[in-house]
Structures are given as structure tokens and as C-alpha cells.
Design a protein around this ligand. Structure first.
Ligand code: GAL
Length: 854
């Protein structure tokens, strides 16, 4: 009744406005040269990428809530065609692929959504998001002016837009979606394809706009994007970018928060000081939309990783880590940055900056709106030196490679290089859920011709044979060796040389592993060269070619090859070179264990498993291992530690966790300086360690008791070394400088008036259910080092420990103001001091309390 009368009233009001010729802006998203306008309001928007299939639906609400608390307005996701349409016309929107539920979760949190449909997405995702069946549509040519491709692309785009419309999810319908993307970084391809590229791009834009979503479309990295489509920037920095028309806003659709990793490579990290600097640079130049790629990277479950060689973890060094935990100080520092920039929003969206030089590499950007709002950004591009600049008759100290934000053109509320938030140490700690009895089963590698094999003369392309239903394809042939061969009588063994187009190969001679070889992401093609030990008579050469994620970057996907394309040849026999490339080869797709569904609770008993203690002592290649375990108590995220294993895949209760590979990281992990232009090789971690040792096991996939873990090991490893660990915040650190009257203070939390509010504080917080159990380090003075390795410096207030103990032990969170009086007396007058603290977080039990009371 009530709603009815309300809607009647609004109809009347609308009618009146129409009669009076007043235009009402109702639920609309438009844009102008300054910003995206939502319901007529220019908005400065922070957005973050969270890809729904890279976490579980049970995690979505928490991730989105964390994004909101981190100061985001928008959550962005790509749409992953190959998980939604596994075969033509068969759609899947269930579970992790429930796009509608994901968008509605964003809506429920009160955030906006940016739907990047693609449907080419790149994203380090298998085949860039394209279904592999698309490769086999007659006459297809990917991402160009090709009818079969365009028909399929339009079909899927319409399907997604239709689905969103049917659920009223576009902002024009009252939903959360304010933006959509068509294609992805097409600019480079377009240039390569010439006129065909240009035609396809124009077609794609027109097709998308024609779908009438009522919200703007963007094309990233496509400087020719036709009106009304907005062209946007992707990169580590975007301050040099301007849109292709003066009436379009300046938008950054991928601000890379870190970088992806590949098996065998180091872990890439991007210092938050540099990321914050890049964001502030973009904003000071007039940018009004920033999307962090990624805000939560998550996990490439199953066989969704692209590449090849992209790791199962897609952590990305993002503000929320793979497991859904907040990564500090990245998350907190960006949150402070967002707060500071939002304080400037009015001035930023309504004025153009006046830029003045403050020195050789220093500038001021000042925004003054007609209504009198003033905001300033003071930047120092010098990578080595802090600089004291004069602005509006005041002095400001700018650390190297940093920007200070002054929302009132006077007071600094934030400097990108001064990290005042806490750092947390997240660690993998053992659980009390052991793996029960390990049993093994050796993959049957006998190659008898059966209905599942096929034979051909010559070497076949792998994806044409497997259609990517499995990573594995056997190439099997035989050679007859005469008994007079010299190598059988003390001569040198013959050499087998195999040229592969990707990605890995294991060589079995007469059923025994005789070697392996791998390519790399940059260089998929590789050559295996190895001695072979044949006997007189017939010998089998069985090559297990392994795909490690299909490539995700580029054009003309229809031409991409994988597998052993040859030549394959034997050298060093009495006859000289023997080219096997055109021999008779038998092909078998996948493993027998896969066909028998050994990974699932239903298929597990189709073979006889051997108890671990009875299985061979030596690590066996191509072996299935299984065990059972109970879910650990608590709600911390879980992972399995695969350190003692080689390479393969993992399943829990029949669901694929993904590929594992404990390939050791090579790289240069020496140093990482936040200052200076960032590129992924600049900050590498984990050299000499397996690139990925831990694999995320979503809590939602576990039952309380008796979970089935199945591992397929290609090379050989010791399964009894596998264990379940939980990810917890074990310690937190904070490192904050004291207030110094001659310097502007960077750490004030609120934009308050009182002097005390301007005094910096150290904040420490353990995860829910945890409390501060001990103080590992505390020093007010001139401490040295970083979180995890602090040391006392020459100046140290003796009361530091006691104060921290008194304020913090037994509490989940505590705050300590940094001032001399708080620490008894000034330990070193006239020296700028800091307080560095590291505390240990432990399960919140009452046992911790007597400690500090007593
Ligand atoms: C971009 C691409 C993204 C992702 C990113 C690297 O060029 O648009 O999809 O692949 O690179 O993580």
C-alpha cells in the first residue's frame, strides 16, 4: 500500500517536471571531461579488481567488505567466457561461476561494479578466457574482422548483457554496474592487423553500444576507441595518459598493484610507496577513476591458469592476499591515500590544476574550485633526495619519489612515501590435522592399442588432439635396434633430440623415466637432448607432453601450437641420424587415472592402492597418491605445503586445487628500492626457493572429517612430506616517526584541530580471535631495521618495552601515542625519533592475561 502511494506521488512529480520542461536525471551514468557522472554528480572513483572464479562464493562477501573498508567505491571483474560456456550453447553460472550472485554481493555492500566482459580478457587466464572449442569453429580467426569470430563474440556478449539486464543489474536499471568493457588492450593488435583490426575494433564498439546498457563502455589501451566509448589506460603509471577526445574523462582501468608469477621465477612485489605515488601522480594530473589490478588476486584453481607456466597462486602482491587476508602495509597505506584524496574530491572534479615548479624535480598542482575549495599536491620526482620546498610561504619536506597531499592547500594529511600503518607478518603455521595413511598407485603407462588411443604417421599438434580436456598427451613410438649396434658393445650411447613447441615433456624409454625438459613463458619452444639406453630389439619411446596453461596474450589464437611438433631424432647410431618425426606414433589423451576418475571419492576405489610403506622407497614418477584428513578447527585460511614434491596436480574431495610445481626460483633478489620507475624485475623475492610451495585449500571445500586428498606426481616426490598449514598473522609491526614541529606531520589520523590529534600514534591489531601475547621488539629512539629484524639504535628509551607491555598485552588492538612524556623522558633531545614495535599475536586465551597483570 505504502510503496504504491509513494510510486504514485513520484509519478506525479515526474509528470510535473516533464510538464515544466525540467530534465530529471534518474539512475544514470554519463561522463564529461572531468569524471564519470552518477546521477548527475561527478565522481572520483577508486575501484579494485576481484575476479569471482579466483575465490569461492563463501569468500566473496568478506572480500568485498574489505574492499569497501579499504576505501573502494567500485569492484571490477572480467567475465570468463571459457568457464561459462564449456561447450557451445551449454552455460554454467553455478558456484564460483555465479556471476549474478557476485554482482549482487557487490550491490549488497553498497558498492558499484565495473563489468569487463571482454570477452577476450588476457588476465593470465587459460587461453585468455576464450573457450578452446572456439578454435575449431570453421573459418575462425580470433580478434579480427572475421564473421565466425564476431558472431561468437557477439553471442556471448549479448548473453552476459542479457543476464545482467534480466536481473536489473545495470545502474540505469537501479543496479550496481556503472561501466562495462568490450575487448581488452586491442590497440597493439589493431595496429598489427591494419584495416581489418580497425574494422573489427569499430564493429566491437558499435556492437557493445548497441546493446543499450544505459551505462558507458570503455576500451582499455585502444587509442582509437570510437565515441561514445571511453579509451582508458593500463600500466604501472598512467600520468602521461590522456583520452582520445577532450570531452572524455581520464581513467586508469589497470593500476598494477603487483605482478603475476610463473613457475621457476621469483615472486614479484611492488612497494606500496611507489604504487601510492603512481596513484597520486595520476590524480594530480586530473585522473578521476583508478582500478587496482588486482585488489584481490586469488587462486587459479583447476586448470584455469594461463601462461604457460603461470602459477596456481594469483596473489599478485595485492592489498588483499591470495587467502583473503589483508596485506599490510599495502592495504592500510592505500586506504589512507584514498581518504586523503577523497578529502580533495570537490576541488579535483570541479577545477583544472595550476602547476608551478618548486624546484628542479619538484612541482605543485593546485586545484581551486569556484566555491573556494582548494587542494594541493606537492611532488618530488627525485629518486635519491628528500627536498625541502616552499609552498604558499610554508616549508614542506618531501621524501624522495613522493607526493604530499594537502586537502586545504596548507596541511599535509598524507605523503605517499611515509608509511604510517602497521605491517603484518603472515605465516604458514602447522595445523593439528595430520594426513592419515598415504597410499599410492602407479599410473599404468603400458601403451597397448585400445579404443582410447589413435595412431598417425608423424607428429600431431597437442591441442588439436586433446582439445584441452587434459594437460597430458602421450606420443609413443618404437625403434628396432640391431644387435650389432656399436653402443651395445662399449660404444657411446645414442642421443635423443626432441624439439617441442611447449610446454614440458617427460621421456620414458621402455617404461622408465629417462629425462624431462621444460620451456618458459617467454620461450615456449625448447629442445630436449639426452642419451638413451636401448636394448637390442624393439624399444618403446613414450613422450608425455604436458601443457602448463594455454597462452593468454596475443591475436590469431587459431594458429597457436603446443606439443611435440618435432623434429624428433636419434643421433649416434651406426646408420647416423634417424629422424623419427614421420614414424608411426600412437597418441593417448590424458592419464589412465584421469579416465578412471581416481581423483574423486566415487572413482577412487577403481584401482588397488598400495600402502605408502609397501610402495617403492625411491620416488616414482607418474604416481597417484591419496590420503585423508580432518578439517582443522578455526577459520583461518588453509593451504597444503607441497615442498617435498615435484610437479603435478592436486584434488580435494574431487575438486581440483590446481597445478603444483616446486620449481626453484631464479632471479635477482638483492634489493628493492621503492624510489624510481617500477618494473617487475625491480623487486624480486624468494630466489632459491620453490616459486610456489603452498596451495590454497578453500575452507568451503572441506567437510569436518575424512576429506580426500589426491595428488598426481609427474616426477617423483615424497608424499609423507605433504602437510596442511594455516595462514595466520603471527606478528604485527608498526614504525612511526614522532611529531616534529618544523616538519608537517604525515601521520595524523583524523583531520582534527587539536594538537593531540596531530600527534602520531602507533596502532597494532591482531586478527579476530587473536591477541597480543608478547612484545618482540619495542624501541622509542632511533631503532634500525625493518619488521622482523628490528634492532636498537644509538638512542633508545629504556621504558619502551614496559609501556608497550602495559598498553597492549592481552588485547586484540592497542594504540600508543608517540611523545616524550609517554616514554618517561626524551632519550635524545634534538634528534627526530621513531617508535618501532613488533608484537606477537597468539590465540586469544585468558592465559595471556596474568602475564601482564602480574
Ligand atoms: C594487462 C591485461 C590484464 C593482465 C595484465 C597483467 O595487459 O589487460 O588482463 O593480463 O596485463 O597482469
Amino acid at each position: 500500500m505504502a510503496t504504491n502511494s509513494v510510486s504514485k506521488v513520484s509519478m506525479l512529480v515526474l509528470g510535473l517536471f516533464w510538464f515544466l520542461g525540467i530534465q530529471l536525471v534518474q539512475c544514470s551514468v554519463t561522463y564529461d571531461r572531468k569524471a564519470i557522472l552518477i546521477n548527475g554528480q561527478r565522481r572520483l572513483l577508486f575501484s579494485g579488481s576481484i575476479h569471482y572464479p579466483r575465490s569461492t562464493p563463501e569468500m566473496w562477501e568478506d572480500l568485498i567488505q574489505k574492499a569497501k573498508e579499504g576505501g573502494l567505491d567500485v569492484v571490477e571483474t572480467y567475465v570468463f567466457w571459457n568457464v561459462h560456456e564449456p561447450s557451445p550453447g551449454n552455460y554454467n553460472f553455478e558456484g564460483r561461476y555465479d556471476l549474478v550472485r557476485f554482482i549482487k554481493t557487490i550491490q549488497k555492500a553498497g558498492l558499484y561494479a565495473n563489468l569487463r566482459i571482454g570477452p577476450y580478457v588476457c588476465a593470465e587466464w587459460n587461453f585468455g578466457g576464450f573457450p578452446v572449442w572456439l578454435k575449431y569453429v570453421p573459418g575462425i580467426s580470433f580478434r579480427t574482422d572475421n564473421e565466425p569470430f564476431k558472431r561468437a563474440m557477439q553471442g556471448f556478449t549479448e548473453k552476459i548483457v542479457g543476464l545482467m539486464k534480466s536481473e536489473n543489474l545495470f545502474e540505469s536499471q537501479g543496479g550496481p554496474i556503472i561501466l562495462s568493457q568490450i575487448e581488452n588492450e586491442y590497440g597493439v593488435q589493431s595496429k598489427l592487423f591494419g584495416a581489418a583490426g580497425q574494422n573489427y575494433m569499430t564493429w566491437a564498439a558499435k556492437m557493445a553500444v548497441g546493446l543499450g546498457t544505459g551505462v558507458p563502455w570503455v576500451m582499455c589501451k585502444e587509442e582509437d576507441a570510437p565515441d561514445p566509448v571511453i579509451n582508458t589506460c593500463n600500466g604501472f603509471y598512467c600520468d602521461a595518459f590522456s583520452p582520445n577526445k577532450p570531452y572524455k574523462p581520464t581513467m586508469w582501468t589497470e593500476a598494477w598493484s603487483g605482478w603475476f608469477n610463473e613457475f621457476g621465477g621469483p615472486i614479484h612485489q611492488r612497494p606500496v610507496q611507489d604504487l601510492a605515488f603512481a596513484v597520486a601522480r595520476f590524480i594530480q594530473k586530473g585522473g578521476s577513476f583508478i582500478n587496482y589490478y588486482m585488489y584481490h588476486g586469488g587462486t587459479n584453481f583447476g586448470r584455469t591458469a594461463g601462461g604457460p607456466f603461470i602459477t596456481t597462486s594469483y596473489d599478485y602482491d595485492a592489498p588483499i592476499d591470495e587467502y583473503g587476508l589483508i596485506r599490510q602495509p599495502k592495504y592500510g597505506h592505500l586506504k589512507e591515500l584514498h581518504k586523503a584524496i577523497k578529502m580533495c574530491e570537490k576541488a579535483l572534479v570541479s577545477a583544472d590544476p595550476i602547476v608551478t615548479s618548486l624546484g628542479s624535480s619538484q612541482q605543485a598542482y593546485v586545484y581551486t574550485s569556484e566555491s573556494g575549495n582548494c587542494a594541493a599536491f606537492l611532488s618530488n620526482y627525485d629518486t635519491n633526495s628528500a627536498v625541502r620546498v616552499m609552498f604558499n610561504n610554508m616549508h614542506y619536506n618531501l621524501p624522495p619519489w613522493s607526493i604530499s597531499i594537502l586537502p586545504d592547500c596548507r596541511n599535509v594529511v598524507f605523503n605517499t612515501a611515509k608509511v604510517g600503518v602497521q605491517t603484518s607478518q603472515l605465516e604458514m603455521i602447522p595445523t593439528n590435522s595430520p594426513m592419515l595413511l598415504w597410499e599410492s598407485y602407479n599410473e599404468d603407462i603400458s601403451a597397448e592399442d585400445d579404443s582410447t588411443t589413435m595412431t598417425a604417421s608423424g607428429l600431431l599438434e597437442q591441442i588439436n588432439v586433446t582439445k584441452d580436456t587434459s594437460d597430458y598427451l602421450w606420443y609413443i613410438t618404437s625403434v628396432d635396434i640391431g644387435s650389432t649396434e656399436s653402443f651395445l658393445h662399449g660404444g657411446e650411447l645414442p642421443t635423443l633430440i626432441i624439439q617441442s613447441t611447449g610446454h614440458a615433456v617427460h621421456i620414458f624409454i621402455n617404461g622408465r623415466l629417462s629425462g624431462s625438459a621444460f620451456g618458459s613463458r617467454e620461450n615456449r619452444r625448447f629442445t630436449y637432448t639426452g642419451k638413451v639406453d636401448f636394448h637390442a630389439g624393439r624399444n618403446t619411446i613414450a613422450l608425455l607432453s604436458v601443457a602448463v596453461g594455454l597462452p593468454n596474450v596475443g591475436g590469431h589464437f587459431e594458429t597457436w601450437n603446443t606439443g611435440i611438433l618435432g623434429p624428433v631424432a636419434l643421433h649416434g647410431l651406426d646408420q647416423g641420424k634417424w629422424d623419427l618425426s614421420w614414424s608411426k606414433w600412437t597418441y593417448k589423451v590424458g592419464l589412465k587415472g584421469e579416465a578412471m576418475n581416481l581423483v574423486s571419492p566415487n572413482g577412487i576405489s577403481s584401482v588397488e592402492w598400495m600402502e605408502g610403506s609397501l610402495a617403492s622407497e625411491a620416488p616414482q614418477p607418474l604416481t597417484w597418491h591419496k590420503s585423508n584428513f580432518d578439517a582443522p578447527e578455526g577459520d583461518e585460511p588453509l593451504a597444503i605445503d607441497m615442498r617435498g614434491m615435484g610437479k603435478g596436480q592436486i584434488w580435494i574431495n574431487g575438486v581440483s586445487i590446481g597445478r603444483y610445481w616446486t620449481a626453484y626460483a631464479t632471479g635477482n633478489c638483492d634489493k628493492c628500492n621503492y624510489a624510481g620507475t617500477f618494473r617487475p624485475p625491480k623487486c624480486q623475492q624468494g630466489c632459491g626457493q620453490p616459486t610456489q610451495r603452498w596451495y590454497h585449500v578453500p575452507r568451503a571445500w572441506l567437510k569436518p572429517k575424512d576429506n580426500l586428498l589426491v595428488v598426481f606426481e609427474e616426477l617423483g616426490g615424497n608424499p609423507t612430506s605433504i602437510s596442511l598449514v594455516k595462514r595466520s598473522v603471527t606478528s604485527v609491526c608498526a614504525d612511526v616517526s614522532e611529531y616534529h614541529p618544523t616538519l608537517k606531520n604525515w601521520h595524523i589520523e583524523s583531520y582534527g584541530k587539536s594538537e593531540d590529534l596531530h600527534r602520531p600514534k602507533v596502532h597494532l591489531k591482531c586478527s579476530a580471535g587473536y591477541s597480543i601475547t608478547s612484545i618482540k621488539f619495542a624501541s622509542f629512539g632511533t631503532p634500525l631495521g625493518t619488521c622482523g629484524s628490528y634492532q636498537q639504535g644509538t638512542c633508545h628509551a629504556p621504558m619502551s618495552y614496559d609501556i608497550l607491555k602495559k598498553r597492549c598485552i592481552g588485547k586484540q588492538r592497542c594504540a600508543v601515542t608517540i611523545s616524550n612524556t609517554n616514554f618517561g623522558q626524551d632519550p635524545c633531545p634534538n634528534v627526530l625519533k621513531r617508535l618501532s614495535v613488533e608484537v606477537v599475536c597468539g590465540p586469544a586465551t585468558t592465559a595471556a592475561e596474568p602475564n601482564w597483570r602480574g
